[in-house]
Design a protein around this ligand. Sequence first.
Ligand SMILES: *[C@@H]1O[C@H](CO)[C@@H](O)[C@H](O)[C@H]1NC(C)=O
Ligand SMILES: *[C@@H]1O[C@H](CO)[C@@H](O)[C@H](O)[C@H]1NC(C)=O
Ligand SMILES: *[C@@H]1O[C@H](CO)[C@@H](O)[C@H](O)[C@H]1NC(C)=O
Length: 348
Amino acid sequence: MAVKLTALVCTLLLVLNPELTNGSRSRSRSKSSEERKHNPNACDLPSDGQVFCYCDNNERMMARDASCWVFNEIKRDDPTWELFSSQNELVKFKLLVRPQGNLDYVPTDAIKHLHHAKSIDIQYAAIPTIHPHAFANLSKLEELFLTRNQIQKIKPNAFAYLPRLKQLKLEENRISSLQVGTFTGVPHLTHLYINQNNITKIEEGTFELLKHLEVLGLTMNNLQKISDRVFRGLMRLEQLELSENQLTELPDMVFSEMSNLREIDLDRNAIQKIGTYAFAGLPRLERLSLGGNQLTVFDTYGLQGSPSLSVLDLRENELRTLTRETIQPMMNQLTNRSAYLLLTGKTL
Ligand SMILES: *[C@@H]1O[C@H](CO)[C@@H](O)[C@H](O)[C@H]1NC(C)=O
Ligand SMILES: *[C@@H]1O[C@H](CO)[C@@H](O)[C@H](O)[C@H]1NC(C)=O
Ligand SMILES: *[C@@H]1O[C@H](CO)[C@@H](O)[C@H](O)[C@H]1NC(C)=O
């Protein structure tokens, strides 16, 4: 099975990199170890080593895009990682691990050479902890994708200093909590995705420094409670995804720090109680989704301050009462024939 997978992976890579002919691969194989020693090059590693990279250009210092595979166990301080100094013009660096889980750290010794990197993507490792400055203070990095790496803990300053980072993906890991310090050093982050983790706790102030964040994805976690101060500082947030958690209650003013919110997704939680002013202070809100919860009443007044609300999804609840004040803003929109009030399912 493992052999088959490797073969498949290689086939895929060849399809994805048509310029990689068999010729270039056998040429690199024929290089003597002596030649390699005098001319170290991360894009010309022996094909039977621990790491092998496919690059858009194999000459030293010429590659812009490298997809590397970790095929065998390799130590954090293995000299192979230092060979990336021979390709320090890389803009895009992707690292995939086979078999899955066969790397338990971020290879900072390789990454620290990539001063021009804009995009780093690591997948299929098993990295229990991300240490401070793991991404080597790369001042040009814009995207960091760390999906599916079995990450459990993120130490404070793990992402410092990454002043241009815009997108951070931490999806499909095992992160259980977020603290003050987790997101220091990324002041220009606009998109943060932490969906499909195991988050039960978010410390107040965790997001405080993310003044440019527009999208926050926390779908499919284990949140049972959110306090009204958790989202402090997210003054530019437009989209908040909280579906498929275990929330039972939404306190008053819980979202009111985020006056730019356009969309809140709270589908498939266990919400029974919503504070009267839970949705107060959201003048730009366009879409509110509360489907698949346990609401029996929906009488929040806060929505009167949301004149742009055009989709209110209350499907799959146990609603018995719906007051006119609540849905007044929706009714105003309906006269413009652009609003949806979704009430099918278990309603009434
Ligand atoms: C990143 O910056 C920190 C703090 O200035 C420093 O301690 C660390 O050595 C730097 N790491 C790298 C790889 O440059
Ligand atoms: C999720 O968190 C709970 C409680 O913190 C823990 O018991 C459980 O093992 C975690 N699950 C995974 C898959 O990490
Ligand atoms: C409905 O449309 C009219 C005319 O375009 C506009 O003046 C009004 O503000 C709209 N109402 C809402 C609630 O958007």
